[in-house]
Design a protein around this ligand. Structure first.
Ligand code: ADP
Ligand code: MG
Length: 259
């Protein structure tokens, strides 16, 4: 049985999708059979995972509505060990409330994740910002969660909320482990950025914070804009190396639990 790792944060724009995509790619490159699922109706995984442009927008939403079979929504990528389920048609529409409702009210997501665990080593799930119905459903069916925290001053205000919410879920899903807070878009020498790192290290238990922050690098944003994960496009970049480092540690922790 594989493991489900979800990437969750109260906030948008903190590097959830970047983290989900780059960790999934790094796992696949280690030879772990990996499935990346975009559970965010905005559908940003589509842009960062290196799928051909112009690929039809089929994905989770289409499966959920019974319009596509599962095998039709599991897409191959440039890497043999990485497959992806995009958000699907919902990402083309401005109104995501139906999708949220459908995911929140059904067991399809949980069933899909359970099925995926039978076939893969790791299932990485990207989630929408906040702790709405979708994210709660994802957490309820995950065994591991990583919380990206952007190194900017406002970040600290929402951290206690997300940690409380994850504690709530852990009380329902005792299989879930918070693997850690991942500091993202860190800028060495920027006082605001350094303050966040300092504060987090001071106030949170050491085992809850990854000791490698992901630096903010132009290559990361450029890669995303070019539709590719930075760990593939620019492996020597500092953010790529940090993601590979985190993926190595997570892969070791997850592998201990493969049944
Ligand atoms: P979220 O999924 O939490 O909304 P994203 O992963 O989409 O966040 O990241 C938000 C923006 O920040 C994107 O434009 C992305 O390219 C950029 N970004 C994320 N991580 C980095 C980084 N380490 N360095 C530079 N830009 C980054
Ligand atoms: Mg995102």
């Amino acid at each position: 049985m594989g493991r489900v790792l979800s990437i969750v944060s109260q906030k948008g724009g903190v590097g959830k999708t970047t983290t989900a995509v780059n960790l999934a790619v790094a796992f696949a490159r280690r030879g772990l059979k990996t499935l990346l699922i975009d559970a965010d109706p905005q559908g940003a995984v589509r842009y960062g995972v290196g799928l051909r442009r112009g690929h039809p927008t089929v994905g989770f939403d289409d499966y959920l509505r019974g319009e596509k079979a599962l095998r039709e929504v599991i897409l191959p990528t440039a890497l043999p060990w990485l497959r992806v389920i995009l958000a699907g048609s919902v990402s083309e529409s401005a109104d995501h409330s139906d999708f949220q409702h459908r995911v929140g009210e059904s067991t399809v997501l949980a069933d899909l994740l359970a099925m995926a665990r039978e076939r893969c080593h790791v299932v990485v799930v990207d989630t929408p910002p906040g702790l709405g119905a979708i994210t709660r459903r994802v957490l309820a069916a995950s065994q591991h969660v990583v919380v990206p925290l952007q190194c900017e001053p406002l970040a600290l205000q929402t951290t206690p909320q997300i940690l409380r919410a994850i504690q709530d879920v852990i009380s329902i899903n005792d299989e879930l482990t918070l693997e850690g807070i991942l500091l993202t878009m860190f800028e060495a020498g920027n006082p605001a950025s350094e303050r966040v790192v300092h504060y987090v290290r001071e106030h949170l238990p050491q085992h809850l914070v990854f000791d490698t922050p992901i630096p903010r690098t132009p290559a990361t944003a450029d890669a995303f804009a070019a539709g590719q994960p930075v760990v593939l496009r620019n492996p020597a970049d500092a953010a790529s190396q940090a993601y590979v480092n985190i993926a190595t540690r997570l892969a070791e922790r997850l592998a201990e639990r493969f049944a």
